[in-house]
Write a protein of this length. Structure first.
Lengths: 125, 114
C-alpha cells in the first residue's frame, strides 16, 4: 500500500512562490506504472487537477496554470515536488499529492488511487 | 477540457433509502478501442482526502460495500447508494480520465441524512 505525505509551508505571502514536497513510501516513483500528481481543493469547493509527472521527467499541467507551475522528481529520495509562482489569494487551498496509475495501453492516466492527507496553504500577507 | 456536471448539489435521504447522484460529461467518455467508460467516483468525508469508490463507471474498488453501484455510459452516469447508512454521509465526486493527460472532476454532491 503506497503512502504519500505532503510537506511545506502553511502560509505564503502574495506574489511569492509555493514549494511543496511529497514523500512516497511503500512504492517507488520510478516504478513506471504511475503518474505522480498534485491536486488542490479550494475552500468549500471542488477538486482541481494541477498536473503530474512521470518517472521519465515528462510533465503535464492544467493549461490555465502552466505558466506558473513546475513539478519535479527526486528519485533518490522517492519524492516529487510542486512549485507554484506568483501566488494570489485565489491559490489558497488544500494541496494533495496523489498517485495516478496508468490505465491502459495508451499510457492514459487512470483514476487517482492513493492520496496524501493534504496540506492547507493560505496565501495572505 | 471535458466539463463534468453533477446533480443535485446536495440531497437528504432517510437511512435505508436510496440515494442517486447524476454526472454528465460534455463529451463521451466511452473509448471505442476497449469499450470502457473512463469515469470514476470518489467519496470525501470531512477532513479526509477523497477515496476512490468506483472506476470504469461501474467497477467497485476492493473493500467498497456493494450498496455503492455505478452505472451509465457515454456522457451520462449515475452513482446509486442502494440503502443509505450513517457512514455514507459525505461529498461524492465524479471524475473523467478519458481526456488524458487532463483530469477533471465534477462539482460534488453532498449527501446527508434526512
Amino acid at each position: 500500500q503506497v503512502h504519500l505525505q505532503e510537506s511545506g509551508p502553511g502560509l505564503v505571502k502574495p506574489s511569492q512562490t509555493l514549494s511543496l514536497t511529497c514523500t512516497v513510501s511503500g512504492g517507488s516513483i520510478n516504478s513506471g506504472d504511475s503518474y505522480w500528481s498534485w491536486i488542490r481543493q479550494l475552500p468549500g469547493k471542488g477538486l482541481e487537477w494541477i498536473g503530474y509527472i512521470y518517472r521519465s521527467g515528462t510533465t503535464y499541467y492544467k493549461p490555465s496554470l502552466t505558466s506558473r507551475v513546475t513539478i519535479s522528481l527526486d528519485t533518490s529520495k522517492n519524492q516529487f515536488s510542486l512549485r507554484l509562482t506568483s501566488l494570489t489569494a485565489a491559490d489558497t487551498a488544500v494541496y494533495y499529492c496523489a498517485r495516478v496509475p496508468l490505465s491502459d495501453s495508451r499510457g492514459a492516466a487512470g483514476p487517482v488511487d492513493s492520496w496524501g492527507q493534504g496540506t492547507l496553504v493560505t496565501v495572505s500577507s | 477540457d471535458i466539463v463534468m456536471t453533477q446533480s443535485p448539489d446536495s440531497l437528504a435521504v432517510s437511512l435505508g433509502e436510496r440515494a442517486t447522484i447524476n454526472c454528465k460529461s460534455s463529451q463521451t467518455l466511452l473509448y471505442f478501442s476497449n469499450n470502457k467508460n473512463y469515469l470514476a467516483w470518489y467519496q470525501q468525508k470531512p477532513g479526509q482526502p477523497p477515496k476512490l469508490l468506483i472506476s470504469w463507471a461501474s467497477t467497485r474498488e476492493s473493500g467498497v460495500p456493494d450498496r455503492f453501484r455505478g452505472s451509465g455510459s457515454g456522457t451520462d452516469f449515475t452513482l446509486t447508494i442502494t440503502s443509505l447508512q450513517a457512514e455514507d454521509v459525505a461529498v461524492y465526486y465524479c471524475q473523467q480520465y478519458y481526456s488524458t493527460p487532463s483530469l477533471t472532476f465534477g462539482g460534488g454532491t453532498k449527501v446527508e441524512i434526512k
